[in-house]
Design a protein around this ligand. Sequence first.
Ligand SMILES: [Zn+2]
Length: 272
Amino acid sequence: MHFKYEMKPSLGEISPFYYFIFRKNHLLVDLKKDEAVIPFLSDIAEIKLDLIQKRYFGLLDNHPCYFGDVSPDTEPPKGMTFLGLRSLYGTLEEELLWIAGRAFQLMNWDRKNQFCGRCGSRTKVNPEERAKICPNCRLLNFPRISPAIIVGVINQNTKQILLANGTRFPSSLYSVLAGFVEPGENLEECVRREIKEEVGLEVENIVYFGSQSWPFPDSLMCGFLADYTRGKISVDKAEIKDANWFTKDNLPPIPSKISIARKIIDWFVANN
Ligand SMILES: [Zn+2]
């Protein structure tokens, strides 16, 4: 499966097309037993939906991909359903899930930038690049991506990883720490600040782990590992209900395999 991100169809349109259609933040799929299927149609008229917008965003194995959205009170076509992206993990092929995530970010950005933030005029799609432009004051708006760090803090002496139960998590779930990058901050500074603010600890040996687009709604998660050096756990109650050290043999409930958080925890388990 090969996806090519582009602005305009370069090969002409070769039917059928993939349609990533959203109602609020739920994606339209055809649920067949344990498998979710993205509408793959020669003509959107086949499913009789009133689209608010429809835009091209790339080619998947030479078939054009469009994203679009419908009003919140729209009923799904017969036999189909609207489902949240995260709940589709495991039923929608993983590569399609990330393409759907990309479609969602673009659709959401388009939806939130109908008007210029400087002068209030109605914006237009800039045909030259993935941007919206104000015809009055020429302000350009690009899709927003919000960088965030996510970090596995490891105590090398005790072979333990720091995991926290955040105030916005399901009650029993523990994960590694994460936070948004502030203006003017580099990623390593953000790692140090977040750990200090959220649990009161200091770290060294901050190393890059990997990254992941996280379209809920527009994050880019930058993953790191760091070694604990000093401090006692003292949690910021606004963000964290509990934080503690865990060995690989006594892990609490942890996030699903969709997330980079889980990849960091799995790495810790495999290497300690
Ligand atoms: Zn303007």
